[in-house]
Design a protein around this ligand. Structure first.
Ligand code: ADP
Length: 547
């Protein structure tokens, strides 16, 4: 027997219609590429998104065709999020930090028809346009009079001129909720980049999930600043969830340095901000150097890479900002777990609470998880046994776009399909996940596993260390032993012996790294993560002392 409720699809257009009708004057504030602060609201964004939809109709774009963006976080990008997906096309957010060859590869693989870009990325567009034959329309996200006269891109038009010529009256199509809505490529550390193709349904489900009180606790009264880029897994879904709850959105544009982010937070009275640890490092550095305080920030979601305990402590204890440590992946839309305490933890002493907060947190509805051994057998959730992390759920990838890389799923004994995350983790009896490593980064010493993340966290807790990566290096007796590659803070004095001494008592003796190599910088990938593969290549001739 079927239920007798209205059968209305869950669509991205519903989100912006809802925000327009019920939170029309909630602000959308953007620092623009031009440097100034621009103020808009959901009413205006909705109207302009309809102009985008009409503009795509006028260009004859079929349903399902891809529209690429190469843009920072800002109101025009938000209008494209809604105008492109809402009208049945697929929004393909391209990461401008990718190498030019990779960028050209994914534009061709996605067969993008339109590419909209911030003027700051004009040099990238000039370098790739001739290699992107599928792109029929190049759109610069600027006013007509800001369009560079001799850009050399055939048919280049300005976004403002394009949408000014369109009506803001548009009836959003009643799509099947499983219709594709947006496309995100993962950084592809092995083989070609692979893309997750989200649907309207998975996107709306994710927006509900991340808004929950035990997740990001989003409310209409919040002012949310996504530092995480809209070109990286849809800024963790915040542009959709914000419309769902009707909160103010504050976009930082290209200015991600500590000073700019801090000033924007203060000026716009931001209550919640989300980003990767490297960005928060710059923000905390700015606060510490200037003896500054936050006047409105209540909580921050930190994810994408493990949040170092020293950073967590500093936010919580020095600045009274609650850290919500989150774990996710492009393939999960992306939020999988987020760390907020249970009732029984509130009576624990601060140090014990801090230990829990350092974990990546509990599963968020829509993602189920399990840890298994090499034979696919489930392992105990005892907080100690580490295994390969599998996930499943209605907003987890079922296959990659165009079948790239074959079937990504594995089946368990009952035939249930799971997505293997490539992460190694423990789960405690209270359901808190702790990522100990990427499976390719875990260090295998004498048949035992050593967590590179744990050893990195200890290194960056040393007052003289700015950044640290831990990699396994060959050892004749133990197979692999941990090596710390560290960057000193400016002007700091520390040597390998000092840092190794610092490990005493902080981890099991046999897990203490064998050596430390100091470098000027650690190679970072396009999504702000340390590139350990590059590091391993750079240090391929390194040998441990005494081997
Ligand atoms: P990409 O694959 O493009 O680098 P993702 O953002 O999808 O981008 O990366 C997902 C991976 O990032 C996870 O599988 C995990 O290894 C790592 N990761 C994400 N959040 C955390 C976290 N809080 N702690 C540790 N690792 C994390």
């Amino acid at each position: 027997m079927l239920g007798l409720m209205q059968n209305q699809a869950m669509l991205i257009s519903n989100l912006i219609e809802f925000a327009e009708r019920h939170h029309g004057d909630a602000e959308i504030v953007s620092r623009r590429v031009e440097g100034d602060i621009h103020r808009s609201d959901y009413r205006t964004v909705a109207a302009r998104a309809r102009r985008v939809a009409n503009g795509l109709d006028a260009w004859g774009l079929a349903s399902g065709e891809r529209v690429a963006t190469l843009a920072w976080n800002g109101y025009r990008h938000l209008e494209l999020y809604y105008g492109v997906s809402g009208s049945g096309r697929v929004l393909h957010t391209v990461n401008p930090r990718l190498h030019i060859d990779q960028l050209a590869w994914i534009v061709n693989h996605a067969e993008d028809q339109v590419l909209c870009f911030d003027l700051g990325f004009l040099p990238i567009v000039q370098a790739v346009y001739s290699r992107c034959p599928t792109v029929r329309h190049w759109v610069a996200l600027c006013d007509a009079d800001a369009l560079p006269p001799n850009a050399g891109i055939p048919g280049l038009c300005s976004y403002e001129a394009w949408i000014a010529g369109q009506s803001d009256v548009y009836a959003w199509p009643s799509l099947d909720e499983n219709t594709a809505s947006s496309l995100c490529y993962t950084s592809g550390t092995t083989g070609n980049p692979k893309a997750a193709l989200y649907s309207h349904r998975s996107t709306v489900l994710h927006a509900y999930a991340i808004s929950l009180p035990d997740v990001m606790c989003l409310r209409a009264r919040d002012a949310v600043l996504p530092v995480v880029p809209m070109f990286h897994v849809n800024a963790w879904g915040l542009p959709y969830a914000a419309a769902m709850v009707g909160c103010k959105l504050v976009f930082p544009g290209p200015a991600l340095d500590g000073k700019s982010v801090y000033e924007l937070m203060e000026a716009e009275q931001v209550t919640m901000a989300a980003g990767v640890p490297t960005v928060w490092q710059m923000l905390l550095g700015h606060l510490q150097a200037g003896g500054l305080r936050f006047s409105s920030l209540q909580r921050t979601v930190i994810g994408g890479a493990a949040c170092p305990p020293a950073m967590l402590r500093s936010f919580q204890e020095d600045y009274g900002v609650e850290v919500l440590h989150a774990w996710g992946m492009t393939e999960l839309s992306p939020v999988g777990t987020l760390c907020s305490l249970k009732q029984k933890h509130l009576a624990l002493p601060p140090d014990a609470q801090m230990k829990i907060r350092q974990k990546q947190g509990r599963a968020v509805f829509g993602v189920d998880m399990e840890i298994v051994d090499a034979n696919g057998q489930a392992l105990p959730h005892d907080g100690r046994t580490a295994g390969d992390l599998l996930v499943k759920g209605p907003r987890v990838v079922a296959e990659y776009f165009k079948g790239e890389g074959g079937d990504p799923l594995v089946r368990d004994a009952k035939g249930m399909a799971w997505f293997p995350t490539g992460d190694v983790a423990t789960i405690c009896p209270d359901g808190f996940l702790q990522i100990t490593d990427r499976s390719k980064d875990v260090i295998k010493s004498g048949g035992e596993w050593i967590s590179s993340i744990e050893l990195e966290n200890i290194a960056v807790a040393h007052p003289a260390i700015a950044m640290a990566a831990c990699i396994g290096v060959k050892h004749p007796k133990w197979d692999e032993r941990p090596l710390i590659v560290a960057v000193k803070k400016p002007g700091a004095v520390v040597d390998a012996a000092d840092l190794l001494q610092f490990y005493q008592g902080k981890t099991a003796k046999w897990q203490i790294p064998d050596d430390v190599v100091f470098v000027d910088a650690i190679p970072m990938g396009a999504t702000g993560k340390m590139q350990k593969m590059r590091l391993r290549e750079l240090l391929k001739d390194y040998t441990l002392p005494g081997t």
